[in-house]
Design a binder for this molecule. Sequence first.
Ligand code: HEC
Length: 211
Amino acid sequence: MNSFELNKVLGAILGCCLITLALNIAAGAIFAPQKPAKPGYAVAVKEEQQNAGSKGGEAQKPSEPIEALLANASADRGKQVARQCQACHTFEKGGPNRVGPNLWNIVGSPRGEDRGGFAFSDAMKKKGGKWTYDELNKFLTHPQGYIPGTKMTFAGLTRDSQRADVIAFLRTQSDNPLPLPKAAENKPAGGNQGGQAPASGAPQQQAPKAK
Ligand code: HEC
């Protein structure tokens, strides 16, 4: 290769570099890259979802009363949803306590009591009262929002229908299911698959000692 040819090669390389540089500048001028304020990827999230993850508790109140929701609930669907709970809970009669207590006959039972000697958090014990349909609805929407300090580290079920289905399922996990609330009973049985007829007038069962 003589020096003339070498010059041509070097010139071509230099030319390429110049063109690339010029293109880069031109592209920058046309597309004006936006640098994010913080390094990282900007992820577009809908407002609702952002709220659901926040600790505020404000946006995580049930939007409809449980009576209306239960009218269209299905215990069968609820059984599927309840799989999420099974990492920590058993539902069957006499089932063992896991990370959370066994939940047989939970609807209508006193809160944070008994359950085979499960070590409830102080927050849960202090809250007192019973697990009514309404209480379950509020708790399962956002456990830590409704009972701050609870040991149940579960984000919550934000979908109304899922919560109602799970509560309908919990209701069936009892020898003597608590009657459905009024509004739910009066509606025609659209998908209301509790299986058992509401045992109206039956004395409310207390939590059996889960062994
Ligand atoms: C990560 C584990 C975990 C998951 C998942 C979980 N729970 Fe719990 N749950 C707990 C613990 C722990 C407690 C006890 C809370 C306390 O003492 O503060 C509890 C308590 C409860 C109670 C109150 C029991 C009582 O006797 O007062 C109910 C009702 C309940 N859970 C329902 C559910 C349902 C329904 C689901 C699924 C949608 C679920 N939990 C998912 C861990 C869990």
